[in-house]
Design a protein around this ligand. Structure first.
Ligand SMILES: [Zn+2]
Length: 220
């Protein structure tokens, strides 16, 4: 009896920590004109997350004929759509689309995991704590979250859909490179993806470099 209780507990523990097998499904696509190029927008739906939609913005032939110029971008409503200067998300997204347009081929995987995975409400709560002096990592921890809850497993289903295996990744974050390698992709190149800092995000960027291992050069 004790064994069964232990086994059941252990199974629950394992199930809680193992990422669910992704059932992400390519659902629809269309053209999406932007100031930089006319991209193809592909919508994927994740039944594991109550039908959450994730996006791929693609330009050119998305296959494995050449390593794919790519950015994995996690949703940041305030930065991507509302021009927030608290972070560097909006300019990073724009820079990725510009680079892809310049080369004529590439993709942005747009993952709907707001606020490094804690959601919009908790992100705004974290901003309030930052207004009172906490840094971005301390604020998440004061709210009871790990500094970074993002998962990249959904990228695998997206890239498998297009048959992509080799990547040229636009990122300052070594964890993203490692995550893609752990998913079985070959990262043939990491392209630095630093954008201009401003008076409102300089502490945030410094914390990302100091505490989250992002590779940034603030002197240049
Ligand atoms: Zn942001």
């Amino acid at each position: 009896m004790v064994f069964f209780i232990f086994a059941a507990f252990r199974m629950r523990y394992l199930l809680f920590f193992l990422p669910l097998p992704t059932l992400l499904k390519h659902t629809t696509s269309s053209k999406l004109p932007t100031p930089w190029a006319v991209f193809d927008i592909h919508v994927f739906i994740d039944p594991n997350q109550q039908g959450k939609e994730h996006l791929v913005l693609a330009l050119g032939d998305i296959d494995d004929s050449q390593p794919l110029l790519m950015r994995v971008h996690s949703e940041c409503l305030t930065g991507d759509a509302l021009f927030s200067q608290r972070c560097d998300c909006g300019p990073q997204l724009q820079k990725a689309l510009e680079r892809i347009a310049q080369e004529g081929r590439g993709a942005v995987l747009y993952l709907r995991q707001e606020g490094r995975g804690i959601g919009l409400v908790n992100k705004i709560r974290a901003y309030q704590l930052q207004d009172q002096g906490a840094d971005t990592v301390e604020a998440n921890e004061q709210l009871g979250f790990a500094a970074d809850l993002r998962q990249y497993t959904i990228c695998k289903a997206m890239l498998d859909h297009f048959g992509v295996r080799r990547l040229r990744l636009m990122t300052n974050n070594p964890r993203k490179v490692q995550a893609m390698q752990d998913l079985g992709f070959e990262v043939v190149e990491r392209l630095e993806h630093q954008v201009e800092k401003n008076p409102f995000n300089s502490r945030y960027l410094q914390t990302k470099a100091d505490k989250l291992g992002h590779l940034m050069d603030f002197d240049s």
